[in-house]
Design a protein around this ligand. Structure first.
Ligand code: SF4
Length: 344
């Protein structure tokens, strides 16, 4: 039988995904790298403003420049984009047009994915995401939807591969449980902080603490992440709570009028559902992905608890900030290396 090829059509939204851009502005800061840009994009940006973008030695890529406050060079005081305001959305680099959306090609079609490090995705009243609304952001340079990755088969465990159809059956059960209010810990059914090959969680936290602090919002997120690991795995460790340079974006999100609010449980379940749906983990077996997610969920729960207990942050917002931290670090080199060490 011919192998089913990955494709981007039809476009598929995970039922229940809610998102629209409210301009909270967090994605346009040094919470993550603002790039990479193509050569052509760099030239176009520099025509608008020669100080707007440059080669970045740290990222080893062409990136948008940030101002001393950590915001993009083009971020206006009202948290909107100057390029968008003056020249329209099409003038922005593709990465800016696309975030927080993504696309994964599968034999069943193109799964639209969403990042949860943005309060426009995680907090308050948000409309259901539709294929039509997402499509303009997902187009590549040729005008067609461009996939970030292609997935054909799924590894459930080290020597157990299943077809994409079989995976969808299994996945549907997990997503249904999450949508029905089953705690994500129960759905993942994996212990957090599994054994690490030739390392320990304490040592990994130390490495992040030594290497991450650089004064950026990302650096502070990494401090939250590593300090929380130490609080959870080292007996008697007193967590030193770092600053939260992203707080203003969440303040804006909280001030948006909302008829119905989501709860902290919704925020966590929605994130885990998207992590499963987005298949970012597809190069690893799903049993390791479960342990990875169970660990980051435990870290996120603890951060949310601390934000509420020690900073008086409302629990749904605390959960959204915590998910932002664990998603952000989950996509960094720090976590990529740790995830390789996980043993189940
Ligand atoms: S160019 Fe505009 S959309 Fe892109 S990061 Fe800067 S302010 Fe944000």
């Amino acid at each position: 039988m011919a192998k089913k090829q990955p494709r981007v059509r039809p476009l598929l939204v995970r039922p229940g995904s809610r998102y629209t851009c409210f301009g909270d502005g967090l994605c346009c800061t040094d919470i993550h790298g603002l790039g990479p840009l193509t050569k052509k994009e760099l030239v176009q940006i520099r025509k608008i403003d020669p100080d707007g973008a440059a080669w970045d030695e740290g990222f080893e890529a062409r990136m948008l420049n940030t101002a001393p406050d950590g915001g993009c060079h083009f971020l206006l005081p009202d948290a909107h984009c100057e390029i968008h305001a003056r020249y329209g959305p099409g003038a922005k680099p593709e990465g800016c047009r696309r975030f927080p959306l993504g696309l994964v090609a599968t034999p069943a079609g193109g799964r639209i994915t969403t990042e949860h490090r943005c309060p426009c995705r995680t907090l308050g009243d948000r409309p259901l995401l539709t294929e039509e609304a997402a499509l303009p952001s997902l187009r590549g340079p040729n005008g067609k939807p461009r996939a970030d990755r292609e997935v054909v088969k799924i590894k459930l465990a080290k020597k157990v591969k299943v077809s994409f159809d079989d995976w969808r059956t299994l996945e549907a059960e997990l997503l249904e449980k999450l949508a029905g209010g089953c705690p994500p810990e129960e759905v993942l059914a994996a212990d957090p902080f599994p054994r690490l090959k030739h390392s320990s969680w304490e040592d990994e936290a130390e490495t992040i603490l030594e290497e991450a602090p650089d004064g950026t919002a990302f650096g502070f997120a990494a401090l939250w992440f590593a300090e929380t690991i130490r609080g959870l795995v080292v007996d008697g460790h007193r967590v030193r709570v770092p600053l939260r340079p992203w707080a203003a974006a969440f303040d804006r999100a909280e001030q948006r009028p909302a008829e119905s609010a989501n709860s902290a449980d919704d925020v966590f379940a929605d994130w885990i559902a998207d992590e499963i749906w987005a298949l970012k983990w597809y190069e690893r077996p799903f049993d390791r992905a479960r342990a990875d997610l169970a660990t980051r969920l435990a870290i996120a729960r603890d951060i949310a608890w601390r934000l509420e207990a020690e900073h008086g942050v409302a629990l749904a917002r605390a959960a959204a900030e915590a998910v932002m931290v664990v998603e952000l670090i989950g996509e960094s080199d720090f976590w990529t290396e740790i995830a390789e060490l996980i043993r189940v």
